[in-house]
Structure formats: C-alpha cells, structure tokens
Design a protein around this ligand. Structure first.
Ligand code: URA
Length: 243
C-alpha cells in the first residue's frame, strides 16, 4: 500500500514525522534510486526500495513493547558519544531495534517504555496526548505548603509556565521527604527544574507510573514485555486523533 514518505520513515523508527519532513526536504531520501524531496510523495514500502543516506529503510514487521525499570546511571539514547552505559545494554534477549518512548535523565530511575513501533512511540510521546506520568521525588529536608502549592499550580521555567501538577507528600524521615508529582507534560528535566525553581533539593527521582502502567515487581535493570491488554490500552491513548 502506498503511503506518504514521511509516514514510512516515521513508522520505520527513523525519526518523528516532523523530523522526517526535514530529512526528505534535504534530499537524503531516495525511492528506487531517485532522490525525492517533494513532501507529498507516496511510495509502497513493500514494493519500492527506499533509502536514507544510501541505507535501506525497512518497515518494522514484528512490533514489540517493553517496560524497563531504568536504573540511575544509564542514558536513554541508543548511542552515547561519551561512552556511558545505555539502556539498550540492559535488554539482553531483545533482538529488535527498539528505542524509548520519551526520555529519562541519566540519573533518573524508573518506568521507561521501549518499542520498535516508531509511529506509536512518536504519537504517545507527543504533548497533545497528555499522558500522565507520576514521579517519586526524594528531597532533602521538608517541603512547605507554599512549595507544594507552587508546584501544583505551575512554576515559571525558562521555557514557560508548567501546567498544573498533582503533588502529594508520601513519606517523611528525619532528613528527607518523599513526594509524588504527577505531570502530563514531558519537558527536558521538567521535574528537576520545577523543584529547583521552588528551592527544593532533589536527592533521587524515579518515574513510578506512565498512564495506567506501574512498575509492579520489576527491580532496577529488569524489564518485561507489555501484555496484549496493556498494549491495546496504550494504543487507545496513543492513536492519532482524527480531526
Ligand atoms: N523530569 C526530570 O527532571 N527528569 C526526568 O528524567 C523525567 C522528568
């Protein structure tokens, strides 16, 4: 079946659709040996030979969906120029070329989804879908009512005010407090920057929930395949909305 070139590239996990458009415009994509930079161009991934920078772009046939409990000290990208540990190394029996749905910082732990379903990953990670993500934050000392109110109402960051968040105190010890922060945005280092903005010192940050999924018994570094019900539940959230 013929599809728009940017959709084919995105479904193959090459890039998001918007990035794929830029790649096409730059003339790096060839269909049957001919460079195509026209945006509406359609091709059939089963019949046409599509290449990016001379390398074949193949649709991913068997889709896999994984939940990983990411340990601190791993990068979410699939390669790291600085030679740090990457989450891919943890997926010992996964042969497919999977990549993460969104990101977690190097020092952030917790629930990370990985898939080879590029289109679904890009859609789910798109801010428009407003998927709830819950983070457990261990912070130094105590948190005041004013700080909770600020985090909940939204704080002013360099890239704009954050949307309202749900903030709860989970536990207190002599030196630390654990709070949960639920947000639906996914900006760069968002929870850390929100905490910094209200003078909270983050000791540890862990994502404990993504939409309706939680980590269950997964220990740091462990992963499992999502069940059929979990995949279809996420598909409903991630499915592109028709106008
Ligand atoms: N917020 C952060 O600050 N870091 C993450 O990894 C995720 C959310």
């Amino acid at each position: 079946m013929q599809e728009r070139l940017q959709k084919i590239l995105s479904a193959a996990g090459v890039a998001s659709r918007r990035e794929a458009e830029k790649i096409i415009a730059s003339g790096r994509v060839c269909v049957n040996g001919v460079s195509v930079s026209e945006m509406g161009f359609r091709a059939d991934p089963d019949k046409d030979t599509i290449t990016l920078d001379g390398k074949p772009v193949r649709p991913e046939r068997d889709k896999i969906y994984i939940m990983l409990n990411k340990p601190a000290g791993y990068v979410t990208t699939m390669k790291d120029p600085q030679g740090r540990l990457i989450v891919r190394d943890l997926l010992k029996d996964v042969q497919e070329r999977v990549y993460p749905v969104g990101r977690l910082d190097y020092n952030t732990e917790g629930l990370l989804l990985l898939t080879n379903d590029g289109e679904w990953a890009n859609t789910l990670a798109h801010p428009r879908h407003e998927v709830d993500k819950e983070y457990l934050v261990r912070l130094r000392g105590r948190i005041s009512r004013e700080q909770i109110a600020s985090l909940s109402e939204g704080v002013d960051l360099e890239d704009g005010r954050t949307s309202p968040a749900v903030v709860k105190v989970v536990r207190e010890s002599e030196n630390n407090t654990w709070i949960s922060v639920t947000i639906h945005e996914g900006r760069y280092r968002q929870v850390r920057r929100m905490c910094e903005a209200v003078n909270i010192q983050v000791v540890r940050l862990k994502r404990s929930r993504y939409a309706f999924l939680d980590l269950g018994n997964l220990k740091p570094g462990q992963y499992r395949r999502l069940t059929g019900d979990e995949i279809s539940g996420l598909m409903k959230i991630g499915r592109p909305r028709k106008k």
